[in-house]
Write a protein that binds this ligand. Structure first.
Ligand code: 4AD
Ligand code: MG
Length: 480
């Protein structure tokens, strides 16, 4: 018989119709009450077994972590907080879990630290916290596709292996099939890529933007949603070496349209999570409240998780130029609290996350879109402003996160782009196709990249990006 998911069972009324449920045992009390979870929901369903009716051998194998199948009927629950439970008539242990082994893992029913859970990333999805995070992550992915599909965008698959460095930051993972120990080097000591699979140097993509631009020039509105890779040695709670990015690109959009799109899009997906992940968000919010209680008063977050999400929905994102932001930072008194002590000194400096969070959390008290950054600190493809020193870049800054989106209006003028590439040492033969777009019907166009894990961090309220992706890749860590 086909099993019904526990999420569905918990919605049903008591009935005499026999049902089947399968899942993993979370607890087994008094040889009578099994708490069963199948991942479809945060909630366990209580399964009541009258132990006199079952063989001792079977009961012995119903242990925490075991996979079981139960048949029975849904009856009204006597317990608090649940409408129905399963009165079990048959139980089969599908996969045992030896309690002695379980004791050594995070499956053992006690509170484990997030660090400990990271060490057993293959098991952590069976905890309430990670079940909740990963369900929210999945729902957010769906909402992202839904938003773009509803709004006339086409989903484009950009290549993972590329020959270019979209961001020009040189933070790439090389791809090669050469056995570097055996392949002779060139006379100048460089790797001989002629012998390589692609007969040239290639790397994992840092962004699908440049390819997405080529498609926006034919399909009009496109978006990508795929993995991207950065070999930046940033061991922080907001950086991953492998992360997922959503990159819309729209022909004929200028920077203001781009900001409108980013704001509308983010609000849509955050609202989707609030409406469709209520149980999981409530659980994560309570978890955070517990955590906050253990902190000194001054360090506690002022807002509960769902209020923070609503706050994003209810506020217009404040649009501020980089130059204005620098003035604000320069005129702010250094904050005694460590967090904001590094205030900016010079126009032209890149903002650190302290600065970004100061603007969002202390100064404007709303999400902020900073725009018109100095050309020197941004990538080559951004549209140069008439002042000759700033570009039409935009970063969306969020409370607790800092930069969540980076985007720009693209340089659509052939000569300006060509010159910029020359001064930045980007070989024309590598990006001739990108320049071509500016030769054949060039037009104003814009796009941005949203770091998916930063969005999941924000929505779940978690503190470390390693805890919102199944298998995080960070410097020195690619286990699993
Ligand atoms: O600001 P970035 O580098 O912009 C681009 O890659 C552009 N090509 C996007 C575009 O215009 N199509 O990255 C975009 C976003 C950041 O705002 C951040 O949210 C996320 O990607 N991001 C990272 N997330 C996790 N780990 C990292 N190492 C990240 N680097 C960037
Ligand atoms: Mg950026």
């Amino acid at each position: 018989m086909k099993a019904t998911s526990i999420a569905q069972l918990l919605q049903q009324e008591p009935s005499l119709v026999e049902i089947t449920a399968r899942g993993w045992v979370r607890a087994f009390r008094s040889n009578r009450f099994i708490a069963l979870n199948d991942g479809s929901t945060l909630h366990n369903i209580q399964c009541v077994v009258d132990f006199e009716n079952f063989e001792e051998e079977t009961l012995k194998n119903i242990t925490v972590g075991a996979a079981i199948e139960v048949k029975g009927t849904l009856v009204e629950s006597q317990g608090k907080g649940q409408r129905v439970e399963i009165q079990v008539s048959e139980v089969e242990v599908l996969g045992t879990a030896d309690p002695e082994d379980v004791k050594l893992t995070i499956l053992s029913p006690k509170r484990h630290s997030l660090e400990k859970l990271r060490e057993q990333a293959h098991l952590r999805v069976r905890t309430n916290t990670f079940g909740a995070i990963m369900r929210v992550r999945s729902k957010l992915s769906f909402a992202i596709h839904e938003y773009f599909q509803k709004n006339g965008f086409y989903y484009m698959h950009t290549p993972i292996i590329t020959g270019s460095d979209a961001e020009g930051a040189g933070e790439m993972f090389k791809v090669t099939n050469l056995d570097l120990k055996k392949t002779p080097l060139n006379e100048d000591g460089a790797i001989n890529y002629k012998e390589d699979f692609f007969e040239k140097e290639t790397n994992l993509t840092v962004s699908g933007q440049l390819e997405a631009e080529t498609y926006a020039m034919g399909l009009g509105k496109v978006y990508t949603f795929g993995p991207t890779f950065r070999a930046e040695n940033s061991n922080t709670s907001r950086h991953l070496a492998e992360f997922w990015m959503i990159e819309p690109e729209v022909a004929f959009n200028d920077l203001a349209d781009n900001m409108d799109l980013a704001e509308d899009f983010i609000k849509y997906v955050v609202n989707y999570a609030l409406e469709n992940c209520a149980d999981d968000l409530e659980f994560l919010e309570n978890r955070l409240l517990q955590e906050e209680k253990s902190k000194p008063q001054a360090e506690r977050s002022e807002m509960a998780l769902r209020d923070k999400l609503k706050f994003v929905l209810e506020n217009n994102f404040k649009r501020v130029s980089y130059t204005e932001a620098i003035e604000i930072l320069k005129n702010s008194k250094p904050n005694k609290k460590k967090k904001f002590k590094y205030l900016i000194e010079e126009w032209g400096a890149d903002l650190q996350s302290e600065h970004e969070r100061f603007l969002v959390e202390k100064h404007f008290k709303s999400p902020v879109i900073l725009f018109d950054y100095p050309a020197k600190i941004k990538a080559f493809y951004m549209r140069l402003n008439d002042d000759g020193k700033t570009v039409r870049a935009m970063d969306v800054l969020f409370p607790g996160i800092g930069e969540i989106v980076g985007g720009s209006q693209r340089e659509e003028r052939y000569d300006v782009l060509k010159e910029k590439m020359e001064t930045m040492g980007i070989p024309e033969e590598e990006l001739y196709w990108y320049l071509d777009l500016r030769k054949f019907g060039t037009c104003v166009h814009s796009g941005f990249g949203l770091g998916f894990e930063r969005l999941v961090l924000f929505v779940t309220g978690m503190g470390n990006i390693r805890d919102v992706i199944p298998y995080p890749r960070t410097p020195g860590n690619a286990s699993f």
